[in-house]
Design a binder for this molecule. Sequence first.
Ligand SMILES: [Zn+2]
Ligand SMILES: [Zn+2]
Length: 239
Amino acid sequence: MSFWDYLFPSRCLNCQTRADGNRGLCPACLRSIPLKTALTCGDCRGRIPVPTDRAGRPRWPSRRRTCHQHHPYLLAAATDYRDHPAIRAAIHGLKFDLIRGVAEPLGELLAAFLRELRLPTAGFLLVPIPLSRVRERRRGFNQAELLGRAVAAELGLPLAIDLLVRIDSAPPQSTLPDRAARKQNVQGCFRVARPELAARRKILLIDDVTTSGATLAEAASVLRRAGALRVAAAVVAQA
Ligand SMILES: [Zn+2]
Ligand SMILES: [Zn+2]
């Protein structure tokens, strides 16, 4: 134990027991977070089970099986923000208290969820939802990028952090009252900086929390216009 650890012992944000390595969540609390067992419609939040082919291999749901066929993405949300105090404590620590170490267990949680869903993610490119340059500098890190790095390491998938760029500094979505205001707030806020990476690719957007889904929908639309074959979004929690 270093002198620094002695002064500021790292504790689990949920149960306050000592946690190693500044990860913010102890292994017991991480394991206690219930994971979802299906995909979610990005529009109405309806449950969409992962179908299997005749040989029993999981595959992506066809449009026919999706309630809102023209919505730009399917959502893979690992858990529900309301379901468990540990997930609320961890997300709050990452997003508002800027405890960057929490991204690692949360990224592991997201990867475990994708693995357990048996979703075919081979060939997908991971794209974290970017922050504007000003906001990233102010925060010191982009939490979606840290999550993306953890998921990439766990699942062995490539990560592109410079494909999508956030061009404005509109107010954070969490400060806006309703879905309509949030949708308008993000319109035109993303640009595809590396169109050659997006064209004909399958892309999995990564973010920490989704509330109205407006940010993910805007990012997915921009990527689809750039020629992406399929866009899905993997988030730690759905609020
Ligand atoms: Zn704990
Ligand atoms: Zn739906």
